[in-house]
Design a protein around this ligand. Structure first.
Ligand code: SF4
Length: 63
């Protein structure tokens, strides 16, 4: 199974991933971006977030 992961030390918290793919990415109260636990991730939407992330800090990880 593939899950999206965010390299938080590179994330500039621009919110693009949340806009593109809100069912997967969200912002915590503390202002960090988190990945929602899902059984299956919507491939195309996550790819869109990966493509549009200005910090290039979202990647797929094989579990
Ligand atoms: S698009 Fe990238 S840099 Fe912007 S909030 Fe999401 S993970 Fe962080």
């Amino acid at each position: 199974m593939r899950v999206p992961v965010i390299e938080l030390s590179d994330c500039i918290r621009c919110g693009v991933c949340v806009e593109v793919c809100p069912n997967v990415f969200s912002e915590t109260d503390a202002g960090y971006i988190q990945v929602t636990d899902l059984d299956v991730y919507p491939e195309e939407q996550v790819e869109e977030a990966i493509k549009n992330c200005p910090a290039d800090c979202i990647a797929w990880e094989d579990l």
